[in-house]
Design a binder for this molecule. Structure first.
Ligand code: HEM
Ligand SMILES: [Cu+2]
Length: 543
């Protein structure tokens, strides 16, 4: 970054290590978030490759069973708590103030603290590998498996402390996003006319504030059980392990939306720009997020159909889980409506946005099937679930994140990414993704349990597993292309200029990268697409 910045706007801003360590500028904090979380994405990806190598064929012993448990636990934990949740906060940090025409976040120092807490959480979690063994009870760490009786040593304590740090980081971040959007919008911007990404960060932040306390409580109780002799989760002591499951999922189901709503916000910015049309059905997309937020709090027990709840309880959660597909469907139709009849420009950012829709629909459909109790009983804890969750979190969130990196990367670095390499990345990524995860649904139906270390031959599982492993290495190769592209473009990519894509929102009204104070003159806006209205005065009329 430093090498090229002197030729680009935004020079004059202090650089050097100290400036990064002490920064309270939302853009620099955003960059720190993005680089840190991408680094964890690489770690989580290497863990995934390890898991896939171990599972490539029956009866392999690539790593020991004990290490396998640590690696798959750290893979899931890392991808969720150190990659997808915080990378979206990183985008939020960089872009929410720019999108709403503000000079910074409301609480810059709190913002800095959020970042450092996240980094501390990541270090604690990963340090466990060197300090007696990494967490090994799965990313859900169900009690009683995770209690001191069954998990001796300190690995689960590292998990608890790491997650508490990450949770505090995301709570502070949520407060900051809410106060920033409520109090610091530029003149003329109504709360109900926020750019969709900023809106999605508002809704997400409300979810974070209501859900994170639940996992915080669960983690603290587990810590007490493990270290101070309490018995919250111990049946012989009069406790109940289901308390863990309820508290954990009361956070972790909403967390699915915490991980996907901002990604939906990103593609809601990208699709209109490359369709050359305003976002179709803005109000529908905006309010369906709120509907998802509310319903998202009443579906958690669809992860617990096995625990022997009364029929009425299961019916309630099954129904609520199916209803939540409706607002999601509304969004999908409106995105298609945005593209319909548009002058589509299939840039890499646009391809990833379209890929998001296609993959997320598959994940949504398998999700609805999992909400049907008898099906759930059949495929619970099998690879069907692993297939489903990756279509949602990888096909959804990660595709949205890559779309955002190609779309907003030029704003951050001042240079465009190479589109040819970008397209190679997209197609290999999508091919590899489907090779890796589609067959998992079939493996699940064939009875392959999730989280197993190895399996016997002759069950019809070998070939599908081999294909999945080949797919995983294909994804890894495509991500390598992205990394090369990013660093090469940083040095010698085409200079982006203020508005390389003909965007409609305020971040494109300032230089790339923006100056420290973002806007020389705080803009005044009217309507949903301020720059678009300037550039195409007539075209706003059909909106
Ligand atoms: C290269 C890409 C990836 C590959 C090849 C991959 C592969 C896998 C595999 C094989 C498992 C099952 C492990 C087992 O049950 O033994 C797994 C679990 C999981 N993965 Fe991934 N994954 C990838 C990316 C991601 C991403 C991007 C996310 C999240 C955003 C994610 C989240 C999870 C979670 C939450 C689990 C569950 C872990 C558990 O059962 O406790 N993965 N992954
Ligand atoms: Cu759920």
């Amino acid at each position: 970054m430093a090498t090229a910045s002197h030729t680009l706007p935004g020079a004059g801003a202090p650089t050097g290590l100290l400036s990064w360590l002490t920064t309270v500028d939302h853009k620099k904090i955003g960059i720190l978030y993005l680089y840190t979380t991408f680094f964890f994405f690489i770690i989580g990806g290497l863990e995934a490759l390890t898991v896939r190598t171990q599972l490539a064929w029956s009866n392999l012993k690539f790593i020991s069973a004990d290490l396998y448990n640590q690696v798959f636990t750290m893979h899931g934990t890392t991808m969720i708590f150190l990659v997808v949740v915080p990378i979206l906060a990183g985008f939020g940090n960089y872009f929410v103030p720019l999108l709403i025409g503000a000079r910074d976040m409301a609480f810059p120092k709190l913002n800095m603290l959020s970042y450092w807490l996240l980094l501390a959480g990541g270090i604690v979690l990963n340090a466990s590998f060197l300090l007696g063994g990494a967490p090994n009870a799965g990313w859900t760490s169900y009690a009683p498996l995770s209690t001191a009786v069954y998990s001796q040593g300190t690995s689960i304590d590292f998990w608890i402390i790491g997650l508490l740090l990450g949770g505090t980081s995301s709570t502070l971040g949520a407060i900051n996003f809410l106060v920033t959007t409520i109090t610091m919008r530029c003149p003329g911007m109504k709360m109900t006319e926020l750019p969709m990404f900023a809106w999605s960060m508002v809704v997400t932040s409300v979810m974070v504030l209501f859900s994170t306390p639940m996992i915080t409580v669960a983690l603290l109780l587990l810590f007490l059980d493990r270290n101070f002799g309490t018995v919250y989760f111990s049946v012989p002591g009069g406790g109940d392990p289901l308390i863990w499951q309820n508290l954990f999922w009361f956070y972790s189901h909403p967390a699915v939306y915490i991980m996907v709503l901002p990604a939906m916000g990103i593609i809601s910015e990208v699709l209109p720009v490359f369709s050359r049309k305003p976002l179709f059905g803005y109000q529908f997309i905006a309010w369906s997020s709120v509907f998802i937020m509310i319903l998202g709090f009443s579906v958690w027990a669809h992860h617990m159909f096995q625990v022997g709840s009364p029929l009425q309880v299961d019916t309630f959660f099954a129904t609520a889980s199916m209803i939540i597909a409706v607002p999601t469907g509304i969004k999908i139709f409106n995105w298609i409506g945005t593209m319909w009849g548009g002058a589509l420009k299939l840039t890499t950012a646009m391809l990833f946005a379209i890929g998001f829709i296609a993959m997320f629909v598959i994940g949504g459909i398998t999700g609805v099937s999992l909400a049907i109790v008898p099906i759930n009983w059949q495929v619970h804890d099998t690879y069907y679930v692993v297939g489903h969750l990756h279509y949602v979190l990888f096909g959804g969130s990660m595709f949205g994140i890559f779309s955002g990196l190609y779309y907003w990367g030029p704003k951050i670095t001042g240079r465009k990414l190479n589109e040819t390499l970008g397209k190679w990345h997209f197609w290999l990524h999508t091919l590899g993704f489907n090779l890796t995860f589609f067959g998992m649904h079939i493996l699940g139906l064939l009875g392959m349990p999730r989280r197993i270390y190895t399996y016997a031959s002759g069950q019809g599982w070998d070939v599908l597993n081999l294909i999945s492993t080949i797919g995983a290495f294909t994804i890894a190769f495509s991500v390598l292309l992205f990394i090369v592209n990013w660093f090469v473009s940083l040095r010698s990519g085409e200079v982006a200029g203020d508005d390389p894509w003909g965007g409609a929102t305020l971040e494109w009204a300032t230089s790339s990268p923006p100056p420290v104070h973002n806007f020389d003159k705080v803009p005044t806006v009217k309507g949903l697409n301020p720059l678009w209205a300037d550039a195409h005065p007539g075209e706003q009329s059909h909106y």
